[in-house]
Design a protein around this ligand. Structure first.
Ligand code: ADP
Length: 406
């Protein structure tokens, strides 16, 4: 069975084609610069590397280009679109409406649309991807997997902001959290590595990519996470400030005359590692600059690590007992120096890092704690696409369909 996983952004479509239940990847690729003079599709299909450069007017044309490449038998593709059993879509914001993946119908589409005010940059392109895929593959079950869903188990004490209650009841102003698919995947893997049932594992998970977030996971359920109403809250990220005094907005308006839109852009796009360093949002660049004596790069990395350390302390307190701390995503999977800086000084809390194991753990599952560490410290490469493929496969199987039956 073939499952196509789509992640549609404002000017891009990322895709991965899985064979299930084997969980092997037959094709993957990224289409970028939709709507610009020259679009680019880079993909690997059945072992063939391919690159297309041409104008791609919109998401409809983009998806057609991807489906054409997937069915180009001369270049590793398969013969017939009917061989796609189901399509899984990454959707950023499901609000309080979606606690788990769902089969998409018109009502689900409307509900995703209703959540656009909560995720104005992300839900509209996700929705475009869904609409175009439903048009292109009308008889194929389509599934939405939400970034927010895993965190819907947070209790009110974690998800409510201390603002007038009416704003929650009427305007749904609350903390939602994101990267849920990643936190779910790595917490399931971590429990397996620990030899524990998910229900018996208390975990602190750190997703450190361009966007960064942490979660406290008790017994397989998220009980707190660092991102909030939007992905801006919490850790220092590539270009996002993370936690900040909300009065900063009024201050910037007073002293700089900035509009609320400008402040929103400032905190989301010009802050974080980029803002602090004045150099780059990319951790590799900053580590290299720091090694050459760049003080601003050093400060940016120090603030980034300090913020993570504070959350490790906070989530250790939230959980009471922690079985493992898990690092994932670009920085978490690859950077031993950052992992070491985050955990420096946390030995009294039970986090004892083994320097050698830490150095050796790059982009692979590993336990990097010392043998006598009270808490295990794990590196687990994330795989959000695989989770979406599994969820889609499971829901598509449940649906009586001639494609699934045949
Ligand atoms: P995204 O959130 O866009 O999926 P990734 O999870 O790929 O991002 O993470 C990107 C970040 O990971 C970048 O800041 C990049 O510099 C960082 N990164 C990747 N490899 C390394 C490495 N070896 N050392 C330090 N940082 C790394």
């Amino acid at each position: 069975m073939r499952i196509l996983v789509l992640n549609a952004g404002s000017s891009s479509i990322k895709f991965e084609l899985f064979r299930m239940p084997e969980e092997t990847v037959d094709a993957r690729g990224l289409l970028q610069r939709i709507g610009e003079p020259l679009g680019e599709l880079a993909c690997r299909i059945g072992g063939h590397e391919r690159k297309f450069e041409r104008p791609v007017k919109d998401h409809a044309e983009g998806l057609r280009l991807i489906l054409d490449a997937l069915t180009d038998t001369a270049h590793g593709g398969f013969a017939d679109l009917a061989e796609i059993t189901a399509v899984g879509h990454r959707v950023v914001h499901g609000g309080e409406a979606f606690h788990e993946p769902v089969l998409i119908d018109d009502e689900v589409e409307r509900a995703i649309e209703a959540h656009v005010p909560l995720a104005p940059l992300h839900n509209p392109p996700n929705l475009l991807g869904i609409r175009e895929a439903r048009k292109a593959l009308p008889d194929v079950p389509q599934v939405a997997v939400f970034d927010t869903a895993f965190h819907q188990t947070m209790p009110p004490v974690a998800f409510r902001y201390a603002v007038p209650g009416e704003l929650y009841e009427q305007a749904k102003l609350r903390r939602y959290g994101f990267h849920g698919t990643s936190h779910r995947y790595v917490s399931e893997r971590a429990a397996a590595i620990l030899g524990r049932k998910p229900e018996a594992a208390n975990l602190v998970t750190c997703h450190l990519g361009n966007g960064c977030s942490m979660a406290a996971v008790r017994g397989g359920r998220s009980v707190d996470t660092s991102m909030g109403l939007t992905p801006l809250e919490g850790l220092v990220m590539g270009t996002r400030s993370g936690d900040i005094d909300p009065a900063v907005a009024a201050y910037l308006e007073r002293v700089r005359g900035l509009t609320i839109r400008q402040i929103d852009a400032l905190l989301n796009k010009q802050s974080g590692l980029l803002g602090l360093s004045g150099l780059s949002n990319d951790m590799r660049t900053l580590l290299a600059a720091e090694a050459e004596g760049n003080e601003r790069a050093k400060l940016a990395i120090d603030v980034y690590c300090y913020r993570i350390r504070k959350y490790v302390g906070a989530y250790t307190a939230v959980l009471g007992q922690v079985h493992a701390l898990v690092f994932t995503a670009g920085v978490g999977e690859n950077s031993a120096p950052i992992r070491a800086r985050v955990l420096a000084g946390l030995e009294p809390l039970g986090y004892r890092l083994d320097e050698e194991r830490n150095r050796a753990a790059v982009r692979r599952e590993a336990d990097i704690a010392t043998a006598d560490s009270p808490i295990r410290i794990l590196v687990v490469p994330t795989n959000e696409e695989l989770v979406i493929a599994r969820d889609t496969f499971e829901l598509a199987l449940r649906r009586p369909s001639r494609f699934v039956a045949g």
